[in-house]
Ligand binder design. Structure first.
Ligand code: ATP
Ligand code: MG
Length: 568
């Protein structure tokens, strides 16, 4: 490609409101442009990278036995009503009407469509298993689109769906996808971890997220410093620990005046007690029912764990009115003592508290010397809190550490949730009707570009891994007025292209400094500079990643580049 007429608008300045390096560099290096919030065009250079990622994804999906198809982005509302997701998906679902006033959605994902295809076309166990995938544009009206293409409203996803006759089959399909994902992200040059995650609203039994380790990641990963355990914070299990109470002798409960003291911090300061002695009481509504959750003052409630305890579809914090109605208290003074008609669940760590402090369900008052089991009882002690750094690993006895991650992929055992709702059944070996057992597997193709940039850049620009680079080699004639430089650059360009490499020739009438800056910014792995020494048959070869440069003879070029591309 000749750069003179290549559509590659680079920028010196960072765009306004770009919070992350990858967002800045994608705009500055001319990969993408924003059309509206969370909606992007990919310019030619960006599209090349997208296509390279897609090629890797296709190769590995095909290798794993999946078959490519394409489904429509526009989907009829009826299908979504059948699975209940027309309501459950909420405002993230982009809805529209046709001219006959019929409702449609712009697909955020394709479980409904793929399951309806399987339902209509598959009758017998003999056709199972199969795995279908597509690479396609998805729509989600995200509450907070941000970080450029990382959280967009229109984005490109690879989504695959497996259909098996039983759960053993699903386990195999799942493992094949898991292994393919490891190969895909490794080939994309990423440092990542597969972490256990919560099954969430999609339902199902097992799920892993593929997380690219990065400071800007929106997810927190809890991982063990010695074994292979890694889980999303929302999922990471806190095992019940034997805790030595701060005090031995249990004292009698007492009501104390705590005017205008409503937060844990204020309370621990006001009473001069450590936060560990406070029992935080939080009133929630789980599918319409009130539940009181108790955790220790120095811990954080994990709402997903609470939601899972009640197997609830919707869990919300109670409003001040509901707090008044159900436990006759005001926010800031809630406590478990004297509460009736409300399920009380407590975190393991609350059980061993001695002489704790709780709200008195009365404005301006707390109880001190509260002892669980004596002063109040709970329905269940369980794991309700977020794991913390330094906690014990649930798999071995070492300690947990935290890292931040960008979710680039997700594998999920759906089970029969969609096949049952949509009637995707088959006849088994005994002629008995069974629901198909499904898995779904997503990769954020467009998010992956940004994740690659987050992990591969320096202060001058992007450093593409060879596997996804838009071009392999960037040729820069230093002085376009020197005929010989232009001539040799042109010769090299043709020669390298003939070997099958992707080559960009900077034939612009620009100063060398401008060309070099742009070259660093767009980050092609190998740069060849054709300068004055070309008269002696010498050119410079520079590796973007290491900065290493060497002078070589023109006729050694092809060999040198080929071996370099294999090693960097
Ligand atoms: P997130 O928690 O980041 O919103 P998700 O759990 O909603 O992700 P999935 O439904 O599992 O995502 O979608 C599969 C993949 O699609 C994700 O792993 C991610 O890489 C990508 N993805 C999801 N939402 C977006 C988005 N708004 N913009 C870009 N990529 C996305
Ligand atoms: Mg999401």
């Amino acid at each position: 490609m000749r750069q003179q007429h290549y559509f590659l608008p680079t920028l010196r300045e960072n765009p306004a409101e770009s919070e992350t390096i990858s967002h800045q560099l994608m705009i500055r290096a001319g990969l993408a442009r924003q059309l509206a919030s969370g909606i992007y065009s990919y310019l030619p250079l960006g599209l090349r990278v997208l296509q390279n990622i897609q090629r890797i994804v296709r190769e590995e999906m095909n290798r794993a036995g999946a078959q490519e198809l394409v489904m429509p982005a526009i989907q009829p509302a009826e299908l979504w009503q059948e699975t209940g997701r027309w309501d459950a998906y909420g405002p993230e679902l982009m809805r529209l009407k046709d001219r006959h006033d019929r409702n449609f959605v712009l697909g955020p994902t394709h479980e409904e469509v793929i399951t309806s295809i399987a339902r209509d076309e598959v009758r017998s166990y003999k056709k199972l298993p199969f795995n279908l995938y597509q690479i396609q544009t998805k729509y989600r009206d995200e509450r907070r689109p941000r970080f450029g293409v990382i959280r967009a409203r229109e984005f490109i996803m690879k989504d695959a769906y497996s259909f098996d006759k039983d759960s053993e089959g699903l386990d195999k399909s799942y493992q094949a996808m898991y292994d393919a994902y490891v190969r895909i992200f490794t080939r994309c040059g990423l440092h990542f971890r597969a972490v256990e995650a919560d099954a969430g609203a999609i339902g199902g039994k097992g799920t892993h997220e593929f997380m690219v380790l990065s400071e800007i990641g929106e997810d927190t990963i809890a991982y063990c410093s010695s074994c292979s355990y890694a889980a999303n914070l929302e999922k990471a299990e806190v095992v019940k620990q034997e805790v030595q109470p701060l005090e031995e002798r249990k004292l009698s409960i007492e009501k104390v005046s705590t005017p205008n003291v409503t937060t844990i911090e204020e309370l621990s300061e006001f009473l001069s007690v450590p936060r560990e002695k406070v029992i935080k009481s939080l009133l929630y509504v789980a599918d319409g029912q009130p539940v009181l959750a108790l955790i220790r003052g120095d811990h954080e409630l994990n709402e997903i764990k609470l939601k899972n305890v009640f197997d609830a579809n919707v869990l919300e914090m109670a409003t001040p009115e509901q707090v008044k109605e159900w436990i006759n208290s005001s926010i800031g003074y809630i406590g478990p003592i004297g509460v009736t008609g409300v399920k009380i669940v407590a975190d393991y760590a609350v059980e061993s508290l001695v002489n704790g402090i709780t709200g008195a369900n009365e404005e301006g008052y707390h109880y001190v010397n509260v002892n669980p089991g004596i002063d109040f009882s709970v329905h269940l002690y369980t794991d309700l809190r977020n794991i913390q750094e330094g906690d014990v690993c649930p798999h071995c006895s070492d300690i947990i550490q935290f890292a931040k991650g960008i979710e680039v992929g997700h594998v999920f055992k759906l089970g029969t949730k969609y096949s049952e709702k949509l009637g995707a059944v088959f006849l088994d070996e005994n002629g008995k009707e069974q629901p198909m057992v499904m898995g779904c597997y997503g990769i954020g193709i467009s998010r992956t570009i940004a994740a690659i940039i987050e992990q591969n850049h320096d202060e001058n620009g992007i450093i593409w891994p060879v596997s996804v680079a838009p071009f392999h080699v960037h040729i820069i004639p230093v002085n376009m007025k020197q005929k010989n430089q232009v001539l040799v650059a042109e010769e090299i360009y043709q020669k390298l292209k003939n070997t099958g490499l992707e080559v960009l020739l900077d034939d612009r009438q620009e100063r060398a400094g401008v060309k070099f800056n742009d070259a660093d910014l767009i980050g092609i792995p190998i740069r060849i500079t054709v300068g004055s020494k070309v008269d002696e048959g010498l050119i410079e070869l520079k590796v973007r990643k290491t900065g290493e440069s060497r002078e070589i003879k023109v006729d050694e070029l092809v060999e040198q580049i080929q071996s370099l591309l294999e090693t960097i």
